[in-house]
Design a protein around this ligand. Structure first.
Ligand SMILES: [Zn+2]
Length: 437
């Protein structure tokens, strides 16, 4: 390929990046060139200990689990390492005779491949809304205003506060107004949030999908009709807008918020920042860690705004659902301890049926159970907080996949992921309407 041609080609690509879609510059200045994702399962306590040590020294980016404290023997760890660190880690693993698998050999290449295919597709399909693509924060905000304008009978958009960097914290309220004779009894409510962790892009994509399904199937699908007639559903597509935007513009694997902390480190893990057993097991006091709990509970304006909103409406909100990735799990409280919740039977049967519903679509297997047993111990999480203030059903989805693509779930998998997740969410909602207490 001649240099001039290549230059021209690049120039055209840049033009598309800058004119076609906002926030599209996430090849991230080649920052992931040579980076690897490596999966290691320590077989015994000695290996576990050594692995923790070397992760600590190399300051790796843990994809699974999210903190070094949650590494145990026989649990898999997916770790993202820089070009240099991966050399050190791999030679150590070979010397120590530990099993490993390289999941991604060059992360930059994977990101660029996904970017390029998205740009091509967009050129073909503008100006429609892109439910089978990842959308930038600006695109999602534009879409929210559009939904509000075009579906005012079912959708009501409002902001519950502002993020650290001053962005509005938008929430969509879905549902029909109760007919006048029913007005005395207020409708029960459901809360759903996505994008609490910035790099888990499938979350916001699902929240958008849910809203799309609500407005397009209200008239034809009796289940959706029932949900929107009998309940209000609050959908917050991007709980952590600063972090989400940053994951598009600077660091694809950013997890936290963007508030400035000590030691020149940024961000708090917004799922360790809730006022429930704050900063105990599975959370870090170090501002530079990816599971940093923050200086105090609700220090993050995003968490505080959501907590205040839900707390005020705790008499009405019966279901809290938060969407994460990746692991393919449906989790419920407790996260911070190994005890069973008081209404375990009802919650467990709702989760079991929801997971079956997921399986019925494409045969995907989801594990389900208390977050502590099923995933790992974590404190200050949103489901524990929601449950603690009296919301009987609190769930956290860990959407697809189980590590093959990890956070880089291809856009081709948005559709099946959302279709199966819709079935689960509807199932949980109908479970509430059938009154299991
Ligand atoms: Zn998450």
């Amino acid at each position: 390929m001649g240099n001039t041609w290549r230059g021209l080609h690049l120039f055209q690509l840049c033009l598309i990046l800058h004119t076609g879609a906002p926030g599209f510059s996430h090849s991230y200045n080649n920052r992931y060139d040579g980076d690897k994702v490596i999966r290691i399962v320590p077989k015994n306590d000695k290996e576990t200990h050594e692995l923790k040590n070397i992760y600590h020294q190399l300051q790796v980016d843990l994809w699974q689990p999210s903190s070094i404290g949650n590494i145990w023997k026989d649990t898999l760890t997916d770790v993202h390492t820089s070009n240099i660190s991966s050399e050190v880690l791999l030679s150590y693993l070979r010397q120590a005779n530990m099993d490993y698998k390289i999941l991604v050999n060059n992360l930059q290449k994977v990101i660029e491949k996904q970017d390029t295919s998205r740009v091509k597709r967009r050129r073909r399909s503008l100006p429609h809304y892109h439910y089978e693509e990842y959308n930038s924060l600006e695109e999602i905000e534009k879409w929210m205003h559009h939904m509000n304008k075009t579906h005012s009978n079912l959708v009501n958009l409002f902001s519950i506060g502002t993020s650290y960097e001053g962005r509005p914290l938008y929430v969509l309220k879905l549902g029909t107004k109760p007919s006048s004779f029913k007005k005395k009894s207020s409708k029960r409510e459901i809360w759903m949030d996505c994008g609490i962790h910035a790099r888990e892009w499938i979350g916001p994509a699902f929240c958008q999908w849910f809203v799309k399904e609500a407005v397009t199937t209200y008239k034809t699908d009796p289940v959706m009709r029932k949900i929107l007639d009998l309940l209000y559903v609050y959908v917050m597509p991007v709980l952590n807008p600063d972090g989400y935007r940053y994951s598009w513009t600077h660091d694809r694997f950013w997890r936290k918020t963007r508030s400035k902390m000590r030691f020149n480190c940024y961000g708090v893990d917004a799922n360790r920042n809730w006022k429930i057993h704050f900063c105990e097991e599975g959370a870090s006091y170090n501002p530079c860690d990816s599971t940093y709990c923050g200086p105090y509970a609700e220090s993050e304006p995003e968490v505080k705004a959501v907590a205040q909103f839900i707390y005020k409406r705790r008499k009405f909100i019966k279901i809290y659902i938060t969407f994460h990735a990746y692991a393919q799990m449906l989790l419920y409280p407790y996260s911070y301890q190994y005890d069973a919740i008081p209404n375990y039977k009802c919650v467990e049967s709702a989760a079991y049926k929801a997971v079956q519903a997921i399986n019925s679509a494409y045969g995907m297997r989801y594990r389900h159970g208390p977050a502590s047993y099923t995933l790992y111990l974590s404190s200050g999480s949103s489901i524990d907080w929601a449950y603690n203030i009296g919301i009987p059903y609190a769930f956290a989805f860990e959407l697809r996949d189980t590590g093959y693509y990890g956070f880089l779930l291809p856009e081709g998998l948005i559709r099946p992921t959302c279709i199966e997740t819709m079935l689960a969410v509807k199932n949980i909602t109908m479970h509430l309407l059938r009154k299991c207490r």
